[in-house]
Design a protein around this ligand. Structure first.
Ligand code: UTP
Length: 476
């Protein structure tokens, strides 16, 4: 599109200020800015600004909000768990399952120089998050004699670096042809007046459109078609920063299939009202996940009972199983999909072209959330309880809540139990906490049962760090 056309189109939406430095740009910068502008859904952005910023919308009002009914944590001895396991394993054996990883976020809180998936999380191996997930896939493929296609969503912010990281690591030993990167859309950030912001004279400030962007990105990049062509009807969805995520968990897949299977969720019981996890609730009978950043809109979600237990405690950590047909349906009416906005500090250039680093929030980022699709599920979706350790260790920052340090400490205790049950002696400090670093490669064992079966009654007294490799046990 020529600049006159671009400018006229922007003017229609009162956004033509973004080409004010056009004459200062070189040819490449002009092409890049033009491409950015052409990628924007201007009517959508106008709708979002009109609905969300001028004026701030009234929150949806509900007469009754209550916790969602859940399936209790898997107990392999329970008949329902046995039935679920059979259904899940059958789907895996028959190659009906694909993996869907979202890794398109900006990872701002972690502040790591590179895609979050490249973060070296393994305390001993220094394996990255991507490698840790790949190791789980190796284990599953061997167990189920299948190839698990791995669809990985990235965004313009980390696509090139993520792809390069996979190449440099030889795709972590997986077959390059089973890995499919696809790119989610970006949306422009807007200032407090709903105007697009420039981060450089020739570049708009934009952000990935949230993990809810997975739906359209899967369709628009041919991933759904690819899945269909391989006979895949079930997608195991997980997030790159959940180190412990049980990828393609056969129990979960089985419960999903037996439960009518459109979209299922794992549920992590919240212990504190302000724990940083979305809450899965029934709002006047409709399934919703209220993100933790929006808890104050519904104060009843922060209430506790006489013993101090959170009443609506069904945390939804965004671990899902999705039916491919359901994803297709969501895409059909994505215009009804809700958006969320966050008021953030967004660096920008002012009218004279000077970069401003704001010290207060000065603009909005719009995002969609994967679990907002729950409201479109036609029957009660499966909500399967999980213990936090061994399933949910999100990594948002280096220390504190949901951090690298917290995740390593949790996994250390979790794996220490496996070792102790197998007869290893694990050094503990005076408070009873594990005193060494521990790491068990998920390629070797995904669960304690598998670990015990493989290790047998081998018992080793160890004083140093313990690392269990994929090819055997080797206390070091
Ligand atoms: P978060 O919402 O925690 O965001 O993403 P983030 O990008 O990792 O970190 P901050 O908020 O900038 O610090 C949860 C998961 O969803 C993915 C992330 O990559 C992560 O796996 N995600 C998030 C996307 O794939 N796309 C998005 O637009 C947002």
């Amino acid at each position: 599109m020529e600049i006159d056309q671009l400018s006229a189109r922007l003017k229609e939406y009162d956004q033509d200020h973004v080409v004010r430095f056009w004459e200062d740009l070189n040819q490449t910068e002009k092409s890049e800015l033009a491409a950015q502008i052409e990628s924007i859904d201007l009517p959508l952005m106008k709708r979002l600004s009109d609905e969300w910023i001028f004026p701030e919308p009234e929150p949806e009002a509900f007469t009754e909000i209550r916790s969602v009914p859940t399936i209790p944590q898997v107990d392999p001895a329970r008949p329902d768990a046995q039935e679920a396991l059979s259904a899940g394993e059958e789907a895996l054996w028959h190659g009906r399952v694909g993996l869907l990883l979202v890794a398109g976020g900006q990872g701002t809180r972690l502040g790591f120089d590179g895609p979050k998936g490249a973060y070296p999380i393994g305390p001993l191996s220094k394996d990255s998050l991507f490698a840790a997930h790949a190791n789980k896939i190796h284990n599953l493929q061997l167990r189920y004699g299948c190839t698990l296609p791995w669809y990985i969503m990235v965004s313009d912010t980390n696509k090139a670096a993520s792809e390069l990281f996979f190449k440099e690591h030889n795709h972590f030993g997986l077959d390059a042809s089973q890995i499919f990167f696809f790119t989610q859309s970006m949306v422009p950030c807007v200032d407090d007046n709903g105007k697009f912001m420039l981060e450089a004279k020739g570049r708009l400030a934009m952000n990935p459109n949230g993990h809810g962007g997975t739906y359209l990105a899967m369709r628009d990049n041919g991933m759904l078609e690819d899945a269909r062509s391989r006979g895949i009807d079930t997608l195991s969805y997980f997030q790159v920063d959940n180190w412990a995520a049980r990828v393609a968990d056969p129990y979960f897949i089985g419960y999903h299939i037996l439960g009518g299977g459109q979209m299922s969720s794992k549920i992590h019981r919240k212990l504190r009202p302000r724990e940083s996890v979305g809450v899965h609730v029934l709002c006047d009978g409709e399934h919703r996940t209220i993100e933790y950043s929006e808890l104050d809109i519904y104060p009843q979600l922060l209430e506790t009972d006489a013993e101090g237990n959170v009443i609506c405690d069904a945390g939804n950590p965004a671990i899902h199983v999705l039916d491919v047909g359901f994803v297709e349906e969501i895409c059909e009416h994505f215009d009804r999909f809700p958006w969320h906005l966050a008021h953030k500090k967004i660096p920008y250039i002012d009218e004279s072209g000077i970069v401003i680093q704001p010290d207060q929030p000065n603009g909005y980022k719009f995002e969609t959330f994967i679990f907002d699709a729950l409201r479109f599920v036609k029957h009660d979706p499966v909500a399967l309880e999980i213990p936090g350790p061994g399933e949910y260790t999100p990594i948002k920052q280096f220390e504190g809540d949901n951090s690298v340090q917290g995740a390593r400490a949790t996994m250390r205790e979790y794996w220490a139990e496996w070792l102790e049950e197998a007869g290893f002696k694990v050094p503990r400090d005076a408070t009873g906490s594990v005193a060494i670093d521990i790491e068990i490669n998920p390629e070797f064992a995904l669960t304690k049962e598998e670990f015990l079966a493989k290790v047998g009654d081998l018992a080793v007294a160890g004083n140093g760090d313990v690392s269990i490799g994929a090819n055997g046990t080797s206390p070091v």
